[in-house]
Design a protein. Structure first.
Length: 257
């Protein structure tokens, strides 16, 4: 092998290869799809319940640990299959050990998630926390979740690339997400109309350049507005409508004399 083949690749090329590896694992591994969808739902629930930053970071760390171990498991299985196609006890042990690592990380994530959400829903301050105005981490977390859902849609749709094209327009989703924030937080019709109009212009530009179809930009708009509504409108509604008795601690029974 020549010395030139060891030269460092362009960081952009390396990033694209890494994303392609994740996309390949998502397309070919059912467990990877399951873990990704589960993480998206858990992350959305954490945003809706307004979990504190430390708890959210714990959920993200555990979810990342599960996804990382699943990627390693996929890589190890592919390497073993490349080396030998016949049954061999050592190959079986290697695959079993890799699968065991995934199992341990998944059980750990489930335990951490159960503890975090159990503590969140049993707090007497939950209704008060839900009706508080959203903070910057809420907007940022929902934006990251939106990007994740768009990428998942692009990978599952098997159309275009991760950065261009696809069954969901990322530009349309981002534009309508910002418009949705204005729609649900700013009670001024003129501002709302202008923000939705600008988002519609972004979507129209994607259609006119033939990067996306009308259905694909509409999918991005619906996804973004739905996510904005879940993050900004559902928590206050829950805070005002959840029975306070659900969060009151039971009275201690008197000790026998």
């Amino acid at each position: 092998m020549s010395h030139s083949s060891w030269r460092a690749k362009n960081p952009v090329v390396s990033f694209r290869h890494a994303v392609e590896g994740i996309a390949h694992a998502f397309r070919t591994q059912r467990n990877m799809r399951f873990h990704t969808i589960a993480f998206s739902l858990v992350f959305l629930a954490g945003i809706i319940l307004r979990l504190p930053r430390v708890e959210m970071l714990a959920l993200v760390f555990c979810a990342a640990l599960v996804l990382i171990t699943e990627l390693f498991n996929t890589a190890i299985e592919g390497t073993v299959d490349m080396i030998t196609q016949s049954y061999h006890p050592a190959a079986k042990f290697v695959k079993d050990i890799a699968a065991g690592a995934v199992l341990i990380s998944a059980v750990t994530a489930a335990l951490v998630g159960a503890v975090v959400f159990w503590g969140a829903v049993r707090l007497e301050s939950l209704p008060v926390r839900l009706i508080q105005p959203p903070t910057v981490p809420v907007f940022a977390g929902a934006f990251v979740l939106l990007l994740l859902l768009v990428l998942v849609g692009k990978i599952a749709g098997k159309k275009g690339s991760l950065l261009q094209g696809g069954v969901i327009s990322g530009h349309s989703a981002i534009a309508f997400y910002l418009a949705g924030i204005i729609l649900f937080l700013v009670p001024q019709p003129a501002v709302v109309v202008l923000s939705l109009g600008l988002a519609a212009l972004v979507a129209q530009s994607r259609v006119e350049t033939k990067v996306h179809t009308l259905r694909e930009v509409a999918a991005g708009a619906v996804l973004a507005l739905t996510l904005a509504a879940l993050v900004l409108k559902v928590p206050p509604w829950l805070g005002y409508h959840l029975p306070t008795s659900w969060f009151s601690l039971p009275a201690a029974s008197p000790l026998p004399k």
